[in-house]
Design a protein around this ligand. Sequence first.
Ligand code: ADP
Ligand code: ASP
Ligand code: MG
Length: 473
Amino acid sequence: MKFGGTSVEDAGAIERIAQIVTTRRTQGMQPIVVVSAMAKVTDMLLTSGNAAGRGDRNGALAISARLRNRHLEVASRLLSPATCPAICKVVDAEFDSLDEVLRGLAAVGELTARTTDLVASFGERLSSRIIAEAFAERGLNAVHIDARTCIATDAQHGRAVPQDDLIAERLAASVLPLSQAGKTVVMGGFIGSTAAGVTTTLGRGGSDFTAALVGGALDADAIEIWTDVDGIMTTDPRVCPDALRVKTISFEEAAELAYFGAKVLHPATILPAVRKNIPVLVLNSRNPENDGTRIISIAPHCRSPFKSIAAKRKLTIIDVVASRMLMSHGYLKAIFDVFDRHKCPVDMVSTSEVSVSLTVDSNEKLPEIAADLGDLADVKYEGRKALICLVGQNIRGQNGIAAQVFNAIRHINVRMISQGASEINMSFMIDEDDANEAIRSLHAAFFADPDPDIFDVEARTIAQTVLEAGSRS
Ligand code: ADP
Ligand code: ASP
Ligand code: MG
């Protein structure tokens, strides 16, 4: 069971998840709990690290002081006078050590990927300690495990790659016996460590990934991702409030959605589950009675072409034009070699005889990449783009879908189009400022008459009734 930032954001939220875990235990299950940092904590830690790296010692320490107070307050609200002082001492010691790191960074005036990981790791280290203690006091027989002792990774700081075999070995040695002895193991998500014991992170949103790694390694019956929405929805409900819950979705579809920006799941979450065919459930910690979304290997037939619409923002389009390369072989290889050298992932590609357009989401290396590409061709790049991705198994073999898609957004300028690579997604690139409008238009076009077997239409009916009753009164 993984609980995200908003599910552990304060004492009330932690009380709620203690209840949810208790329910699972009374149902005869033996949950292992992975928690995120409390909401916004990772962002604030990164801001403090950046401030320190710029030499702003006081700014960095002020953020850390606010975080210290927040954690101490949550601990004191949750814990009895008997256990609170001991945990507050642990919290204080962690913050003392964070402050020491921040002072060091400010003195040197430099922040590396390695120290960024160290600073970011405090969120999960702290939340997991407090939550384990709160669970223990609420009869959950809880023990805390430092995730860094089990989640072995390589040394690619910021997006470290887990070492599956080592993780399985370590979890089997440390976590499994505790779980089998009836303990509720609580660990932080997102964090790991290298063979040399250096702290790493799995990338933003990586607690989902930790949960899937643990679930996969220990052959869990299910991996539950508890968050702040009712499940995977037909699109981000923050953009489109009438988004519907998708009841069932395939691994393949969920992976595409996650990769193309549906923040509800970390893109790598699905992998360990797919390998072992473990169902993944996305559930709402504020509405635990709801069935959520079930991600399984083969989803049932759905009469609408799409299950959900995702958007990935802050992308850059790079246009590479080389007339002198006309008909030559090795052209694409030479271009991709450049991205490879800079370890820069490419999202979408579109080619013609003499030009290639690519999209990337990490901007920091762009000047160097453009300079290297400049040796091969003329290069232009343009930021503030968004990739809109429609996902659904039924795209295969249905006629006229592209026409419907582009008709729905005919008022919006489309820069690049891609379909076919996975057979289950259709994506296109537009200006970021048009993204919300495009999503709403597509949602209105494709989810006006949703298949009740796949989508939770009852929720929409209830919401509409409430709305109509409100407007009548
Ligand atoms: P957590 O902290 O629990 O990991 P996240 O903020 O990472 O939660 O992910 C949940 C958020 O993902 C939701 O609040 C929602 O705004 C966003 N989201 C984006 N796309 C979707 C989608 N298709 N379905 C559900 N939520 C989505
Ligand atoms: N706390 C980390 C983040 O905000 C990991 C996570 O929440 O999944 O990115
Ligand atoms: Mg998340």
